[in-house]
Design a protein around this ligand. Sequence first.
Ligand code: SF4
Ligand code: SF4
Length: 65
Amino acid sequence: MAYVITEPCIDTKDGACTVACPVDCIYEGGRMFYIQPEECINCGLCLSVCPVDAILWDEEMPTDR
Ligand code: SF4
Ligand code: SF4
């Protein structure tokens, strides 16, 4: 169980979540950002700041993402 960044982040990549994350566990990839699940403390702060709602709790992930 963890927070996961999904497709809406692709090419949006504004990095707002990386600024909000208190443990700096969000890393930049080629076209989007990724959460390192081993470092994430599941605080949910990144989720509340994402402008495109790309961050989801993986148990609530729709099957099309
Ligand atoms: S849930 Fe918290 S610790 Fe995990 S990636 Fe988001 S801001 Fe960082
Ligand atoms: S705030 Fe949302 S769109 Fe911006 S980098 Fe993070 S996951 Fe991607």
